[in-house]
Design a protein. Structure first.
Length: 217
């Protein structure tokens, strides 16, 4: 298989979509009202043999939009201090541009029409991104506006687990509870879980489709 065939291979595998793992940390559960505080993304790549792997993580802290609500309980969970002087947070629009730029580049490289958000409880993450896109008037959002690939469903099917920590461990991967609930760590673990499921499915289908060895007479 030549390098030039890889783009069509990935595009064909996911019906023209580029899978991109994303996790957000927020000030609550209401995408319209609560602050987007952190976002991280990792593009899923494919090699010449059809195996997928996660790309580098691009992430940023995000400044709460004007009038944003932040629930104290949410900060207890994610450990974010929005007023920390060294947080180096970006305004929402700048944050979106930072994480969307490598996604658009990968879409061009792989010949994909749109990106599709891969996440654990993916509609939650997509909802906050869509709300930020709407607030900022951002015109070039790469993600499909409502379709997602949810690792809750994939892990439930493959491993009988739907909680991220339990699903990751059931997949034979490491889990650090102290590092959880940061956008970077959750993105990295979700990407590893997604790739483990997709590659395991490839192993099984390849074995099923492989012609049986001819038995010598």
């Amino acid at each position: 298989m030549t390098t030039s065939s890889i783009p069509s291979l990935l595009a064909d595998r996911f019906r023209g979509f580029l899978p991109v793992v994303c996790d957000v940390e927020t000030g609550g559960f209401n995408a319209e009202r609560d602050a987007l505080l952190e976002v991280a993304v990792s593009v899923i790549h494919m090699d010449a043999e059809g195996w997928v792997h996660a790309g580098d993580i691009v992430s940023t802290h995000v400044q709460p939009f004007e009038g944003a609500n932040i629930e104290p309980r949410a900060l207890e969970i994610n450990g974010i201090d929005p007023s920390h002087p060294f947080r180096d947070a970006r305004p929402e629009r700048d944050a979106l541009e930072l994480v969307f730029t490598p996604i658009r580049r990968a879409m061009r490289d792989y010949g994909c029409q749109r990106a599709v958000l891969v996440g654990h409880n993916a509609p939650f993450d997509l909802g906050f991104l869509n709300a930020a896109i709407k607030r900022t008037g951002y015109k070039r959002g790469p993600f499909h506006p409502f379709s997602t690939l949810d690792t809750v469903s994939l892990a439930g099917m493959a491993y009988g687990q739907t909680v991220l920590s339990k699903a990751v461990q059931a997949a034979g991967l490491d889990w650090d509870g102290a590092a959880a609930h940061s956008a970077v760590y959750d993105t990295e673990r979700t990407a590893a879980l997604f790739c483990r499921v997709i590659n395991r499915w490839k192993e099984l289908t390849d074995a099923y489709e492989r012609p049986a060895a001819t038995v010598a007479a």
